[in-house]
Design a protein around this ligand. Structure first.
Ligand SMILES: [Fe+2]
Length: 485
């Protein structure tokens, strides 16, 4: 039997062509009530000027769009027209430094140069703007119908200097506010916190000073706090300056230093003083949710890895090594971090289903959630091969196992209009068939994932694995679609 294990290079093989069409190869039916648009972002190509990129974080951002209405799905994909992308398609060799890729031309060509903004990590629709996010720099705004790039967006000048704006903002559906942070390395390493109001106006909220240059990817939100659970991923100064002066990649300058432990920072939404706690070292990238419980504890669910940073980073490394050298089973374990009112921290792994890309019904952000969903890995797989639904109330997990060689991207939840139950809605995810190098859009009834997809729309091409995306009830009108019904 052919497995994805001996066919590793199709996972991130590029999609250079930009498509517009109505998906017409369909199994099942698109639910009539499911209207809206799913946007996704991820690396669409893994070379620049013919030079292979060194890390999947470096690939040029490519948006894909699934516009769903009247029983049909229209697909469109477009590269984000960043400077990196525009130069990369005409240059000889890599035109810029990236996080894990050096520019051609040796030391002088790399010293004191920041990684290029490749706008590849996530995409959000907020206050009427479609923004591609990349955590090292400013968002990039795109037209929500055509995916035409409008340019970098700095919130009316409020994002200063590099304008780092993380790829994991969180929403409070009661207030319409969005919260996010940016990682600043100089002059003092810190996390700068932001609040964006319902109208899209950004203001600074506070900051978390870091003991030195560190890496932090995600955050949580409760009714009271922005919550950071910062793993001990540090840039030792000699490595940090080595990277800055072009002696090594930025990504290779990160070390996991267990002795630093995990730092928890609670930044009050009302502008009060930040509270800091320290606990045992953990290795994680993503949060499932955070909330204040009925006792006043702050509860955060993360995916905790039983692996070294070298193993995890190796799994994330570039196409030349990805999957070939990885020996680490895919995913982290759902883990609850609880901070009591008195500051006591407890850590509890509460599920044995390994996975990544946790997703919830975003109406539950900042409040207790019963369910979350994962791209899961069964049987010690090195790749995601299943969709999992975890029930926090019963501890039960439900799985849908994809056929051999099929890799699910992150799943997106879309609530059914008028739903009163948390899991009343649909789970929408592209799935790559890594053996045949094709892809499809799978849609599940979130209440019954074990029953299998209610809809599979076969794409006319493959789709390299993407990182993060969003759903909006706004139906995009992709001009130029080749067919309508
Ligand atoms: Fe992420």
């Amino acid at each position: 039997m052919t497995t994805i294990d001996n066919n590793p290079f199709q996972v991130y093989s590029p999609l250079y062509d930009e498509h517009d069409y109505t998906i017409d190869d369909v199994t099942g039916e698109l639910p009539a009530e499911l209207r809206g648009t799913v946007y996704r972002n991820g690396p669409g190509k893994m070379e620049a000027g013919g030079t292979p990129l060194g890390h999947i974080f470096d690939g040029d951002g490519m948006l894909s769009m699934y516009s769903m209405s009247d029983g049909v799905v229209r697909f469109r994909n477009r590269f984000v027209q960043t400077k990196h992308y525009q130069r990369s398609i005409i240059s000889e060799g890599a035109p810029f430094r990236a996080l894990g890729t050096m520019r051609d031309g040796g030391l002088l060509a790399n010293a004191l140069r920041f990684p290029a903004n490749v706008a590849n990590t996530s995409v959000i629709m907020n206050a009427g703007k479609l923004l591609a996010l990349w955590e090292g720099g400013r968002p990039t705004e795109l037209d929500p119908d055509t995916l035409r790039t409008k340019g970098e967006y700095d919130y009316d000048g409020e994002l200063k200097w590099l304008g780092a704006f993380s790829a994991h903002p969180k929403w409070d559906r009661d207030t319409g506010e969005m919260f996010n942070f940016g990682l600043a390395m100089a002059p003092v390493p810190k996390l700068i916190c932001y609040r964006v109001d319902r109208q899209g106006k950004l203001s600074r909220l506070g900051q978390v000073k870091l003991p030195g240059p560190m890496f932090n990817h995600d955050m949580g939100l409760t009714k009271r706090y922005l919550v950071f659970v910062i793993p001990p991923l540090v840039f030792p100064l000699h490595k940090f300056f080595g990277a800055a002066f072009g002696l090594r990649n930025y990504i290779d300058a990160i070390d996991y230093k267990a002795s630093v432990g995990t730092t928890i920072a609670l930044v009050p939404r009302d502008g009060g003083k930040t509270r800091i706690f320290h606990t045992d070292p953990m290795l994680h990238l993503h949060f499932a949710n955070a909330y204040d419980d009925e006792n006043g504890d702050v509860v955060v669910d993360v995916l905790n890895y039983h692996a070294t940073w070298e193993q995890l980073n190796g799994q994330l490394a570039g196409v030349e090594t990805l999957m070939e050298t990885s020996t680490m089973p895919y995913g982290g374990l759902p883990t609850r971090v609880r901070v009591s009112g008195s500051g006591k921290v407890t850590i509890d792994e509460f599920s044995d289903v390994p996975g990544e890309f946790p997703m919830i019904n975003i109406n539950q952000m900042a409040r207790p959630n019963r369910y979350f969903y994962l791209s899961a890995a069964t049987g010690g797989s090195l790749f995601p091969n299943a969709l999992a639904k975890i029930d926090n109330e019963t501890g039960k997990d439900t799985l849908f196992q994809f056929p051999d060689g099929h890799l699910p991207h992150e799943v997106i939840f879309a609530a059914r209009p008028g739903a009163t139950e948390e899991d009343d809605g649909w789970l929408i995810e592209p799935v790559l068939d890594g053996i045949n190098n094709t892809a499809g859009l799978y849609i599940f009834d979130a209440r019954r994932i074990e029953a299998g997809p209610v809809y599979i729309g076969q794409l006319r091409h493959h789709l390299p694995l993407s990182f993060h995306g969003c759903y909006t009830p706004r139906v995009a009108q992709p001009k130029g679609a080749t067919a309508t019904r």
